[in-house]
Ligand binder design. Structure first.
Ligand SMILES: Nc1c(NC[C@H](O)[C@H](O)[C@H](O)CO)[nH]c(=O)[nH]c1=O
Ligand SMILES: CC(=O)[C@@H](O)COP(=O)(O)O
Length: 164
């Protein structure tokens, strides 16, 4: 289903574990910061709405989406978190740089999920233009940050139960 056919901000708290016992790291790219801050706000609001404690949400900023990989790796290594959310927004320019950044971040986040026991959630917008990013960070299509927060809670809970 394309994003255009679903609202990214919709969730049913009855289907989501309580987040009160989980610690979350959120790594945020400074590129397109109007968008990434909107994504962060959606993620933070959803985590708090589902019971997460403010002191259990740790935010680090990195220069661009490519640095999300290293930031998430160090967050996992040093902050005793139960899940990491990586937030970035890559918007197509004139060159192939878009493709390489998007693919590189995708592969890097995938590698973290393979190599680490801590889930890393992929909240990266890869858009053709700024309007698409606006629409997905609190606009007409909802907020992908909200979606990422719900995924983070569910994966932290899955990890807890799997490691019992
Ligand atoms: N063009 C965008 C970038 N480019 C920067 C890279 O992410 C990286 O910081 C740089 O190559 C240095 O390593 N980053 C975004 O997040 N969004 C863009 O649209
Ligand atoms: C995704 C990017 O790095 C891109 O915004 C850079 O723009 P350009 O391809 O025009 O250099």
């Amino acid at each position: 289903m394309a994003t255009a056919n679903k609202n990214l901000s919709n969730y049913d708290k009855n289907t989501i574990p309580n987040a009160k016992d989980f610690r979350f790291g959120i790594v945020v790219s400074e590129w397109n910061d109007k968008i990434t801050n909107g994504l962060y706000n959606g993620a933070e609001a959803a985590l708090l709405d589902c019971g997460a404690l403010p002191e259990n949400i740790i935010r680090w900023d990195v220069p661009g989406s490519f640095e999300l990989i290293y930031g998430a790796k160090k967050m996992i290594e040093t902050q005793n978190v139960d899940c990491v959310i990586t937030i970035g927004c890559v918007i197509k320019g004139e060159t192939m740089h878009f493709e390489f950044v998007c693919e590189g971040v995708t592969q890097g986040i995938k590698d973290l999920n393979v190599q680490s026991d801590i889930p890393t959630i992929f909240c990266l917008l890869t858009d053709n233009n700024e309007q698409q990013s606006i629409d997905r960070s609190g606009g007409v299509h909802g907020n992908k940050g909200t979606e990422a927060a719900i995924a983070a809670i569910k994966m932290a809970d899955l990890r807890k139960n799997a490691n019992r």
